[in-house]
Design a protein around this ligand. Sequence first.
Ligand SMILES: [Zn+2]
Length: 160
Amino acid sequence: MAKTILLGGTHRPLKGYVSKMILFKLKCDGDHEFEGWFRDGATFDRQSARGQVSCPQCGSSTVDKAPMAPRPLRTLDTSSVEPTPPRVEEVRRALQVLRRHVETNCENVGSQFAAEARAIHNGTSKTRGIYGDSTPEESRALAEDGIDFQTIPWVPPSDA
Ligand SMILES: [Zn+2]
């Protein structure tokens, strides 16, 4: 079971952003070595071809990757221990906290979610956080209209 949520007012969307960057050793035509973060080798080649990569020491944009294997970001971690994935129980507890937060701060509009979300988006209803149920069709229509909402698993509340 899942609930659809529109966070209004001062709430920020619950979006996570994971960036994957690779560190490249670079070298200009003046033999200066420096480092740069790029999504991948192709991104470096593209930016370099446009003259967007320049040496911090002499400003030359004739820059090449130094002969060295690119280092993926995660090898820069100081700890050699891989982070353990969160356990099911931790995820469930986090979702319970999220559910309580939503129930406290958002208005339950039930099956009227899609209509109310659109009304808020159009400015014909008061800006606020709401939650409720929406069909896959309604969710798709909201997304197509650029309305920013989230769908979260709706776990049973904690016993505490
Ligand atoms: Zn240089």
